[in-house]
Design a protein around this ligand. Structure first.
Ligand code: ATP
Length: 264
C-alpha cells in the first residue's frame, strides 16, 4: 500500500482527496468483500466539463445499482505501468480502509501494477511485554517520524489485523510472537490533516533476547516499566493503550485470570 502521508505522493493526489465529484455509472457488479460478503461496486467515469477527459471511477458504499452518483473521493488507484489513474468515490463519511478497498477493487484493476492511495489508513501493532526476572517491562520504539510508541505498521493486502501486528512486530523489533486473545484496542488520528488513520493494538509477550532492531524501520528501542512508559510515550492515546494493556495483563495472569484456565 502507498501511504498518502509519504513524500512521493504528489500534491495533486492529496488535493483531490475528499473532494466531491459526480460519476456516470456504466456497470454495476457484485463482488466479494474482505468480510466475505458480496458488495456492490458501481463502475463508470467521472463527469467533467471537458468530456474528452475520461477518468475511470468506482463507487463503493452504496449497495444499489446507480446511473449517476455524487460522492467524495476516498482513494486514488495509480497504475505504475500505464500511469492511468482511477478514483474511488463513496458517500460522505463512509470509511473504508485500504486493505478492504484493495480486496473489493482488486477484481477490476491489475493489483500487481497498481498502488492504492487511500484517505483512510489502518496500522496494527502490539504492546509487547516481558515478565522476565519478575518485573514487567514493555518494549517501545522510537520510529522514523521521531515519536515514541508501540511497534506497528500498515495492513497489507490479504492480511487480517493480528497477522499484520505480528509481522510488523517482527519487522521492527525482530521479535517472533503471537498476539493474545481478549485484547484489541484502537484509536483514530489525523496525519498532516489529510490522512485519517486508525491504529489497532493487541498485547503480546516477548523475550528480551529476541530483540533485533531493524534500523531501516525504527531509530531506537526502549525497554521500560509501566511508569517509565507513561512518561516517555508522546501521545495520550498511547498512554491510554498502555494503561489498558497493563490492566489486561495483570488480570489474565492472576490465578483467577482466564488465561490460566486450561479448560478455555
Ligand atoms: P506506520 O507505523 O503506521 O507505518 P508511520 O510511522 O508512517 O506509520 P505514524 O506513526 O502514523 O506514521 O505517524 C505519522 C504522523 O502522525 C507523525 O507526525 C506522528 O507524530 C503522528 N502521530 C502518530 N501517532 C499519533 C497519535 N496517536 N496522535 C496524533 N498524532 C500521531
Amino acid at each position: 500500500m502507498t501511504s498518502l502521508n509519504k513524500a512521493n505522493v504528489n500534491k495533486g493526489t492529496k488535493f483531490i482527496m475528499g473532494k466531491r465529484v459526480t460519476v456516470r455509472v456504466t456497470g454495476t457488479y457484485k463482488v466479494n468483500g474482505e468480510d466475505r460478503r458480496k458488495h456492490t461496486v458501481n463502475c463508470g467515469y467521472i463527469c467533467t466539463e471537458n468530456e474528452s477527459v475520461e477518468r475511470t471511477a468506482f463507487v463503493v458504499g452504496v449497495e444499489q445499482p446507480l446511473s449517476e452518483y455524487t460522492g467524495d473521493i476516498i482513494a486514488v488507484i495509480k497504475n505504475r505501468e500505464t500511469r492511468k489513474e482511477s478514483w474511488v468515490i463513496a458517500p460522505g463519511g463512509f470509511i473504508m480502509y485500504e486493505p478492504a478497498l484493495a480486496q473489493l477493487l482488486g477484481q477490476f484493476v491489475d493489483k500487481q501494477a497498481c498502488s492504492f492511495i487511500c484517505l483512510y489508513e489502518k496500522s496494527c501493532g502490539a504492546v509487547l511485554y516481558t515478565e522476565e526476572f519478575d518485573v514487567r517491562k514493555f518494549l517501545l520504539i522510537k520510529n522514523m517520524s521521531g515519536h515514541i510508541g508501540f511497534p506497528k505498521g500498515h495492513v497489507e493486502y490479504g492480511e487480517n489485523e493480528r497477522v499484520t501486528a505480528e509481522r510488523e512486530v517482527w519487522e521492527e523489533t525482530g521479535v517472533h510472537t503471537k498476539v493474545e486473545q481478549g485484547f484489541r484496542e484502537f484509536y483514530n488520528y489525523s496525519v498532516n490533516s489529510f490522512v485519517k488513520k486508525q491504529a489497532v493494538y493487541f498485547v503480546a509477550p516477548f523475550k528480551t533476547s529476541d530483540i533485533e532492531m531493524n534500523i531501516r524501520e525504527i531509530s531506537e528501542y526502549l525497554l521500560v516499566t509501566f511508569d517509565e512508559g507513561m512518561k516517555v510515550l508522546n501521545y495520550p492515546h498511547d498512554r491510554s493503550i498502555l494503561s489498558k494493556a497493563d490492566k489486561f495483563i495483570t488480570q489474565t495472569h492472576s490465578p483467577e485470570g482466564s488465561c490460566c484456565d486450561e479448560s478455555k
